[in-house]
Design a binder for this molecule. Structure first.
Ligand code: AHG
Ligand code: MN
Ligand code: MN
Length: 296
């Protein structure tokens, strides 16, 4: 039987060639990262700018990815979760990158999902999320997958011996959604937010929360529903970082027919004041996000 499998390289031929080269280069980090994770275990004795204890894997992945981006000669600057300041790579690069090298790294100990989240801009950072030219993530699960959009729909690839091959093209959040996954302690949710979630539960939405944004978002993209790390009474801006986490996923969500909100309006519209700012983050099916904005 002849089975046509489009590689990511072939898929990228349809877009701007520098952007295509950059996405292809970034896709090339996936094998090394999944092969190295067994050897990069344990805690580093340092904290990142967010005051979180870094793992050996966080620091190694950060350095590895930044080195690969430097070698591409396509990248001017990088904002990374593991770096306190903007990192300058070259004066001639076309793109500026936001990076969460290993999202969900507290899942490493228990062997749950982790991933890499990358936003791509031409504008200098920090810039509003809506100005991304492309956004992508890699999920190191039972199999490694890659999801990207270059404003041409959302496409998913599966890592095989032949590299990344197309698994799903023009993905859209299924309607009606099935799942919800919410971070933070329930006792710290705002009363209006809690009421909204109770309504979803009554309507039959099932809880699935894995503790990595990349994995939790990915399952909402596949089954429909809502992911949130909302404003908490104890942490009014929630936990997730606007540049390196929320904007990237919000951009992908919009391309998949979904939406994002900080409770008031689209996350993609926020004009960032710093590279480290956090934002209450709710992402998923458009109808669910619109309903949430009305309730909050
Ligand atoms: P990171 O591992 O990059 O620091 O991100 C962790 C984030 C995100 O992946 C997830 O949604 C959230 O933190 C989980 O937080 P809780 O442990 O509070 O559920
Ligand atoms: Mn993260
Ligand atoms: Mn991280």
């Amino acid at each position: 039987m002849m089975h046509m499998t489009k590689t990511i390289k072939e898929h990228l031929e349809g877009i701007d060639s520098d952007l295509g080269s950059l996405i292809l280069k970034i896709s090339g980090i996936a094998n090394t990262i999944s092969n190295e994770l067994p050897y990069r275990r344990g805690k580093a004795d340092t904290k990142n700018v967010f005051g979180e204890l870094q793992l050996v894997a966080d620091k190694w992945a950060d350095q590895f990815i930044i080195d690969e981006l430097r070698k591409s000669r396509l990248v001017k600057t990088v904002v990374s979760e593991e770096q306190p300041d903007l990192v300058k790579l070259s004066d001639t690069g076309t793109f500026n990158i936001t990076l969460d090298p290993l999202d969900g790294s507290s899942n490493i100990e228990s062997n749950n999902l982790v991933g890499t989240i990358v936003g791509i801009y031409k504008e200098d950072l920090p810039a509003p999320g809506k100005h991304q030219v492309a956004a992508m993530y890699i999920l190191y699960g039972p199999v490694t997958t890659l999801v990207y959009t270059a404003q041409n729909g959302v496409h998913e690839f599966l890592q095989t011996k032949k590299g990344f091959v197309l698994r799903g093209e023009n993905m859209k959040f299924p309607e009606p959604g099935k799942l919800y996954g919410i971070g933070g302690l329930r006792k710290d949710w705002l009363p209006s937010f809690r009421k909204y979630i109770e309504e979803l539960e009554t309507a039959g939405y099932k809880l699935r929360y894995g503790g990595s944004f990349v994995g939790d978002f990915n399952q909402i993209l596949h089954y429909g529903g809502i992911f949130a790390y909302p404003a908490l009474t104890t942490k009014p801006t929630g936990k997730l970082r606007l540049l390196v986490e929320s904007n990237t996923m919000s951009f992908i969500a919009k391309q998949a027919g979904g939406a994002s909100t900080n409770g008031k309006s689209s996350i993609l519209e926020i004009v960032p004041e710093s590279i480290t700012q956090r934002v209450p983050t709710c992402i998923g099916n458009k109808g669910l996000i619109e309903k949430l904005e009305k309730i909050l």
